[in-house]
Design a protein around this ligand. Structure first.
Ligand code: ASP
Ligand code: MG
Length: 406
């Protein structure tokens, strides 16, 4: 039995005409001899509306009840689509997360998948050619419905493909694939034919919002070949796959940016063991996600420590470190008008000069770099938010990302 997973997002299921296009995509694969497992999201806007509704009924909606409510958006999509398929004579069946089951832990709103019954799916394929599975949802071992976090249908699809011996997984969306940068910011952005899991992780975590980051982690772990492509045309999409020698020859694959950054600087911290530990333990205990961290070299026994957090966490983070800052008797400085721009590429591992070209390009536009962080395959610069577009375009030009590599 050859199985293919196809996932369609909210904009692909928003009305009957679009669902007919989805049906066309499913039939094309049936004609090639595949059994198709279709994962659907709720219609676009539906999950937001349900969250808003919950907020009107309760000041602090119970997380478990909220997940049961949110899961109904996907339930409506899969049932309507299965009805449509059956109407056209296709052997199809809708399946909710608990029916398979897609077993998760009990972190409501952000549940993690623990296991998926492959046997149940294979059995269901004996009498059906298409299984239409609700994305975004699972069930705890106690039988409570959970959801996997916003954008979680991507993760449902990849996890199902992983459970089915890492069969191919096509993620259909309203763009043609993964681009070298955000085409809304830079008109010369180019669709990538292939991108490695690691590059995609960097892009997904930095605002290139095509795939939920967890789905990329899953696909990397289980080596699921993921293709991101459009519901609305037949162009080949972007293959997210293992790194190969050809990818390494390309110096830079993409430029990502993230406006959701705020900077906190603790000035003149005592330079002794345990100070950083106390600051970041306090933040971690309160669930604050810290991104960039830079500490200056010690001068006269003191250092400056800067770090970034999501903009919405800025006030909480400042309040959390305040008692520590007071106990050290040092200053605190904050800024929310900042953003991060990142140059990404596995080719950086074996080539030098990417950092200097990045800094030089920003300098030529007179853009000041506030913080720098690097990994093997990424260079990130924190800059003033008003320069994001200019920085993205400049870096895209500098690394000639509009041109295909030979
Ligand atoms: N419907 C969910 C959301 O809006 C899951 C998804 O679309 O992937 O976040
Ligand atoms: Mg999505």
């Amino acid at each position: 039995m050859r199985i293919l997973v196809q996932k369609f997002g909210g904009t692909s299921v928003s009305d009957i005409d679009r669902l007919k296009m989805v049906r066309g995509k499913v039939c094309a694969e049936l004609d090639k001899g595949y059994k198709v497992l279709v994962v659907l999201s709720a219609r676009s806007g539906k999950t937001n509306k349900l969250i808003e509704l919950a907020g009107r009924w309760a000041k602090k909606p119970d997380p478990a009840e909220l997940d049961s409510l949110l899961s109904t958006g996907e339930q409506a999509s899969i049932v309507l689509f299965s009805m449509m398929l059956k109407d056209s004579g296709i052997r199809a069946k809708s399946l909710l997360g608990w029916q398979i089951p897609i077993l998760t832990d009990d972190s409501f709103g952000m549940a993690r998948i623990l296991s998926i019954s492959k046997e149940y799916i294979l059995k269901a394929f004996e009498d059906n050619d298409v299984l239409v599975v609700a994305g975004f949802q699972g069930v705890t071992k106690d039988g409570r419905i959970t959801t996997l976090g916003r954008g979680g249908s991507d993760t449902s699809a990849v996890a199902l493909a992983a459970a089915l011996d890492s069969c191919p997984c096509d993620i259909y969306t309203d763009v043609d694939g993964v681009y070298t940068t955000d085409p809304n910011l830079c008109s010369s952005a180019r669709k990538l034919d292939r991108v490695s899991y690691d590059e995609m992780l960097e892009m997904a975590s930095m605002g290139a919002k095509v795939l939920q980051i967890r789905s990329v982690e899953f696909s990397k772990k289980y080596n699921v070949p993921v293709q991101v492509r459009s519901t609305f045309n037949d162009h080949p999409g972007t293959l997210v796959t293992q790194e190969d020698a050809m990818m390494e020859s390309v110096l830079v694959s993409g430029i990502a940016y993230d406006r959701d950054q705020a900077r906190i600087t603790l000035c003149d911290l005592p330079d002794r063991p345990g100070v950083s530990a106390s600051v970041f333990s306090a933040l971690a205990e309160n669930g604050i996600v810290v991104d960039m961290i830079v500490q200056t070299a010690s001068r006269n026994g003191v250092t400056d420590m800067s770090f970034t957090v999501p903009k919405k966490s800025m006030e909480d983070a400042t309040a959390i470190v305040k008692p520590l800052v007071d106990s050290f008797g040092v200053g605190i400085d904050t800024a929310t008008n900042v953003a991060k721009v990142s140059v990404i590429g596995v080719g950086m591992r074996n080539h030098s000069g990417v950092a200097s070209r990045t800094f030089d390009a920003l300098f030529r536009e007179n853009i000041n770099i506030l913080m720098i962080s690097t990994s093997e395959i990424k260079i990130s610069c924190l800059i003033e938010e008003k320069y994001v577009e200019l920085a993205v375009r400049t870096l895209h030009d500098t690394f000639e990302l509009d041109k295909t590599a030979e």
